[in-house]
Design a protein around this ligand. Structure first.
Ligand code: MLT
Length: 282
């Protein structure tokens, strides 16, 4: 069943997918295009892409399990589970054509799993500010510590996560140029469910290193990276691009990890150009 609620002036739909109610926005007609947010965010991070891409595509921007307005359900959190939820959403929406998958950071980690587990569901891949390697022990330890502190603090733990993460997400230039986007994203993190943030940190710490999968991803792919991304550095995304057979890498100048929010015009241009050039693959 579909029903509607209002979020920031936009209609948001909800639909039952297995053990969860998935919230999502959709607009446009044509080939399906899935926009998958990063951690610990929600679909609103795509607000500068949503409308522009919906001119030519059927855009679907969901909140992942436990984030935004989507319920937590009972399944354990993993990148594969998130990918299964997305396929469940497509099924529930009767979208049977292969999709163009566009994810940012954790949305990208899920994108690799989507390709691996549901290849028939995918015709193009757009991976923004993401990594293929798993966590080093140092990073994994940091995540476990952070998950512990968030759990200890209870509901205030989300504000702690926001304080800790925000400085790593935007470039210095963007922090000056678009401060309102920084504070908006901080609010999204602070309003996220603290238990889900902690659980997802643990799931991220044990996610697979998918580097060996890259040479087999032969569908058209676009990689986008902020020049000053502190979490998935441009140097690392160049290594991913070198390992993939059918890929283009675009570096967006002056921005950090949140390229689509920091410089929407540049990101939208490279996405639209890629889509136009590869439409015949979908
Ligand atoms: C994200 O933006 O999704 C996160 O930075 C991913 C991560 O923590 O590895």
């Amino acid at each position: 069943m579909l029903w509607q609620s209002l979020l920031e002036g936009e209609f948001v739909l909800q639909i039952r997918v297995n053990d969860i109610d998935v919230s999502f926005q959709t607009r446009g007609q044509g080939r399906p295009l899935l926009l998958v947010h990063g951690f610990p965010l929600d679909h609103s991070m795509w607000r500068f892409q949503f409308e522009v891409l919906a001119r030519d595509y059927k855009v679907i921007a969901p909140d992942l399990r436990g984030f935004g307005q989507t319920t937590r359900g009972t399944a354990s959190v993993s990148m594969k589970q998130f990918a299964e939820d997305l396929v469940g959403l497509l099924e529930a929406l009767s979208i049977n054509d292969p999709v163009t998958y566009c994810g940012l950071s954790m949305g990208g980690y899920i994108g690799w799993e989507f390709w691996r587990n549901f290849p028939d569901r995918l015709c193009r891949l757009i991976q923004c500010d993401t990594r293929s390697i798993g966590d080093t022990e140092l990073i994994a330890r940091g995540r476990r510590q952070m998950a512990g502190r968030i759990t200890e603090q209870g509901p205030n733990g989300s504000a702690l996560a926001a304080e800790t993460m925000i400085p790593k997400l935007f470039s210095e230039y963007s922090a000056q140029a678009v401060p309102e986007r920084v504070s908006q994203l901080k609010k999204v993190i602070a309003n996220s469910d603290h238990q889900m943030i902690a659980e997802t940190q643990l799931a991220l710490a044990t996610r697979a290193d998918v580097t060996t999968w890259l040479p087999d991803i032969d569908i058209p792919a676009l990689l986008i990276c902020g020049e000053h991304d502190a979490i998935s550095p441009a140097e690392e995304m160049k290594v991913i691009a070198d390992a993939m057979p059918n890929v283009k890498l675009e570096i967006i100048e002056n921005v950090g990890h949140m390229a689509p929010l920091e410089h929407p015009l540049a990101v939208n241009n490279v996405i639209r150009q890629f889509l136009k050039q590869t439409d015949s693959s979908c």
